[in-house]
Design a binder for this molecule. Structure first.
Ligand SMILES: [Zn+2]
Length: 135
């Protein structure tokens, strides 16, 4: 009696397992697709402005760190990394830009008043709004 119950339960659980596995596969596929879509939406673009005019604009997901020199009477060196951008060297007087550290999220800005340079991060999918924002 209990043995046949076990067998019946096992058969039921087997069907349930298959359904569960199917659901799990569907969920993981959906998650992978969603994560990929989310990742592409989260690509960061750094926009460097001098006196309010865009002088540099670049994506941060180009793998290896690199430096950008913005030369004027002051020299400012930016370090662009996959997850953010920072000012690592500046001839300016207050060093606020250097002390700001790395910005990693859209909307964050590094400002260097003496050099009149700003670095702002945008999500790449917000790029279309950039013109409207800067006016
Ligand atoms: Zn500065």
């Amino acid at each position: 009696m209990s043995l046949s119950d076990n067998i019946r339960n096992r058969k039921k659980f087997t069907a349930f397992d298959v359904a569960l596995a199917f659901v799990l596969i569907c969920v993981s596929v959906i998650l992978i697709v969603f994560q990929n879509a989310n990742t592409s939406g989260d690509r960061l673009r750094a926009v460097v402005k001098k006196n309010g005019v865009i002088v540099q604009s670049f994506l941060l997901d180009d793998t290896s760190p690199f430096e950008i020199c913005v030369d004027d009477e002051y020299s400012v060196v930016l370090l662009a990394e996959k997850d953010g951008v920072s000012v690592i060297l500046s001839d300016c007087t207050d060093k606020i830009c250097v002390n700001t550290g790395k910005i990693t999220k859209p909307g964050q800005t590094i400002v260097c008043l003496p050099v009149r340079i700003s670095v702002e991060l945008f999500a790449e999918n917000e790029q279309n709004r950039l013109d409207g924002v800067t006016g």
